[in-house]
Design a protein. Structure first.
Length: 313
């Protein structure tokens, strides 16, 4: 995988402040900490599916925590405060190499290890249907929520805006999680928001049930520029009817969601958890069309954990 020059971000790292828990009972020695993301995205409910499987199929119990997602999660793994986490593949690379994001510059979190690639994380750009915003170019001069400060979503949003010729001073940037961002759109406090999540994203679904929304395309020359400058992005499409009122396919881009761990987690533990998940995919309720053992190493940007390697081999 090639290194890329990404926008340096400023602001809080958001590596703390965990909220919410999908907990379980049992012997503490068998409890594994699994860091997910905000409850309005895909990471949290998908992690709930994984918890159900692992709790039923192994001797371990996953303790799923809601977090600030990718950038927060690589920090938790690096400090060995989490045993497993869901992260974006670009953020995994930035953390491992100490590049790309300001708070990751020079950190080189080389204890991170990969477990499996899962599904495309689709870039949603959401606005009210009557906002008049039809293209990324139209975001110039607008108030835009680019995701939590220091998050992978913010990295992606600023890269896309820059590729379209919109610098940080050309719009009013707001930072908040997905649920807060969609509330801001509903209340008219912002003009648009970036949400990076597998469709359908819960926060966007909820917004679409009470508001007429529009999804802004990332297509044509803009998409070519985004993919040319940021090689982690791939072409993607949000299908028609994924959300109420969105009646046509929406062209966009995506990164890849993955499971990560750290080198301090026992090989037998990682193998057991990996095997449980991939041998029971029928019990997963989200992104089932993408999660598959045959594609579980696609786009893997860091070394596999020996336990995952043992299972996939």
């Amino acid at each position: 995988m090639k290194r890329r020059n990404f926008i340096a971000l400023s602001g809080a790292a958001g590596l703390a402040g965990l909220a919410g828990c999908l907990g379980g009972d049992g012997d503490n020695s068998n409890q594994l900490s699994w860091h997910a993301g905000g409850q309005g995205g895909t990471y949290y409910p998908l992690s709930g599916d994984f918890k159900t499987i692992v709790d039923a199929e192994t001797d371990y119990s996953l303790q799923v925590q809601s977090t600030g997602a990718s950038t927060a999660n690589v920090g938790s793994l690096n400090r060995e405060e989490a045993d497993f986490a869901l992260i974006q593949n670009d953020v995994a690379h930035f953390a491992y190499t100490g590049t790309g994001i300001e708070e990751l510059q020079g950190t080189e979190m080389t204890n991170l290890r990969g477990v499996a690639s899962l599904y495309p994380e689709t870039i949603h750009v959401i606005t009210q249907a009557d906002s008049g915003i039809e293209t990324i170019d139209d975001l110039e001069g607008q108030t835009v929520n680019t995701g939590d400060a220091g998050s992978g979503t913010q990295v992606n949003a600023l890269q896309i805006l820059e590729s379209a010729g919109i610098s940080e001073g050309d719009f009013d940037e707001q930072n908040a999680d997905f649920d807060t961002a969609t509330d801001q759109i509903s209340d008219g406090d912002i003009d648009a928001a970036f949400v990076v999540a597998g469709w359908p994203a819960g926060s966007v679904e909820n917004l679409a049930t009470t508001n007429d929304i529009s999804l802004v395309e990332i297509s044509g020359d803009t998409r070519d520029a985004v993919m040319g400058e940021a090689e982690w992005f791939a072409e993607d499409t949000i299908p028609a009817d994924s959300y109420d009122g969105v009646e046509e396919d929406v062209e966009t881009v995506s990164v890849q969601a993955m499971i990560a761990t750290h080198e301090g987690v026992d090989e037998d533990v990682v193998e057991a958890v990996t095997e449980a998940i991939f041998e029971n995919l029928d019990d997963v309720s989200r992104k089932t069309e993408f999660i598959d053992v045959e594609t579980a190493q696609d786009g893997m940007p860091i070394d596999l954990h020996p336990g995952a390697e043992a299972y996939f081999n």
